[in-house]
Design a protein around this ligand. Sequence first.
Ligand SMILES: Nc1ncnc2c1ncn2[C@@H]1O[C@H](COP(=O)(O)OP(=O)(O)OP(=O)(O)O)[C@@H](O)[C@H]1O
Length: 603
Amino acid sequence: MAESMEKPPKDIARNEEYEEEEQSFEELGLDPRLIRALIKKGIEKPTPIQLVAIPLILEGKDVVARAKTGSGKTFAYLLPLLQKLFADSGSKNKLAPSAFILVPTRELCQQVYTEVSSLIELCRVQLKVVQLTSSMPASDLRTALAGPPDILVSTPACIPKCFSAGVLQPASINGSLEILVLDEADLLLSYGYEDDIKALTAHIPKRCQCLLMSATSSGDVEKLKKLILHNAFILTLPEVGDIKDEVIPKNVQQFWISCSGRDKLLYILALLKLELVQKKVLIFTNTIDVGYRVKLFLEKFGIKSAVLNAELPQNSRLHILEEFNAGLFDFLIATDDSQTKEKEEANVESNAEPRKSRKHAKQKLDSEFGVVRGIDFKNVHTVVNFEMPQSAAGYVHRIGRTGRAYNTGSSISLVSSDEMEVFEEIKSFLGDDENQDSNSIAPFSLLSKNAVESLRYRAEDVAKSVTKVAVRESRAQDLRNEILNSEKLKAHFEVNPRDLDLLKHDKVLSKKPPAPHLRDVPDYLLDPTTQEASKFVKLARAAMGNTNSARRGGSKRKFKKNKDPLKTFSAESQAPKRARNGGMKREDKGGDNSHKQKNRKSS
Ligand SMILES: Nc1ncnc2c1ncn2[C@@H]1O[C@H](COP(=O)(O)OP(=O)(O)OP(=O)(O)O)[C@@H](O)[C@H]1O
């Protein structure tokens, strides 16, 4: 903390020079071992936040970095952190880890831990990283901290737990801690970790370098800044000055469909069955029951999906994420963490302070579950809001699960009349102006009314069979299965950490297999316009596949608008009789293309 106090605070709010420069990791002063490791991961060029943060962190500055979801904040702090520890690894008389990385959820712990471990392995250096969770018994905590390890990744709640179990001494932290990272800093306080962080701050030595990473700015980040930092470098990296571009990656196209709450199952069926969205697809619901309802409903039509929620055991959740990321299944129905808390624990929320309510509901839901914020879903092309999130911030974080780093993505929100208020709130948050022509969220025009109506009879019939009892039974059955799996997984992954194919999470929950007439949509039910649109989505997918392989090759990573079929496809030219201002066409609007190209170049 001391170093940054010598200098006045500095605000770097997107500097043109970063946009144009094609700086490499070498030029940022990164260790060749790390550069080689990155190349093995297919990463060759720093993202804008990495470009500015890495040199500052290497210089020892305290940094607050705010950059949109999926912009590469994790490597922005991990790479310089590891480099500093390479240099430091000679000093062995430490009694506590040299670096703490604190994150709000277990899922993030696991993600960061995996990333650090893989970098260490690829760099072939002798650094030890451990991951702690607050549910670990004291004996496991003691074993993990023996040594001590160089890097500790955990939620903040673990630190006071280690103090009270006597496995970590405050004085040792004071003598050893060199770098403290608070990742997803905008969420740490709302997850109820304020007291845990305060318990640590008293023992952070003055020389310790502190880094705060966040996707959005909020009062909570300011509070943390005051608590931990004194005079940090503030990095703010939106792509352009416009609010909507600050928060949602530019390469995510956002759409919406107006439909009644009752028709949502029908619409999701039409989108998936008629292949109007590109895979992989992440579907968000607000409650666990609705998640299972969607799963059971889709199953009847032969569409397999997995469910992810706070009720499932941790091992299963991590495994579901791994399998989905590895591409073992295409559809994942996730129940948004904050929504789960609000809806499932309604009886304990009211005016209670968040930490208390989380504890109260502990038997039922894992309070450290977090599937939306910060989780790096790999190659999710489409995010579907089956139900709308309850806030604009929730929307931003959900949509941020696609279009990560240099990938493209799209989102489709199914909005019922009850949800119009929050939808308007989201639109105004994104900077949409009623009087202006341009909308951040455009109507989705690839799905015609005829196409939807042709599926209505079957969908409504099947929806009736997915009763509350069926949902409850499936939920209980899935939980039982996953608890069993969880134990098996624990044992198995200790021995075979890379084996992903042991258990499938998208297994069918209904007792009967889908009826053949529901599995395939007969030709006479297919609406020609939608069929045409589906063809284009398939073509786009094939072309995107090529783009992806070019991306893996590295040098062609830059996303080119005119090569992206999703961006160039015009609903008007391909299907002239349909709505004129919707679907993919909106990308062609907005005139200032040279500006967009320029920004994309830097992203
Ligand atoms: N320089 C880079 N080039 C290409 N891909 C990158 C680069 N840096 C990071 N990535 C990849 O981009 C993805 C998103 O990175 P990361 O999870 O760090 O984003 P983030 O900014 O932390 O997002 P969020 O706010 O949602 O947590 C990851 O899959 C990561 O491997």
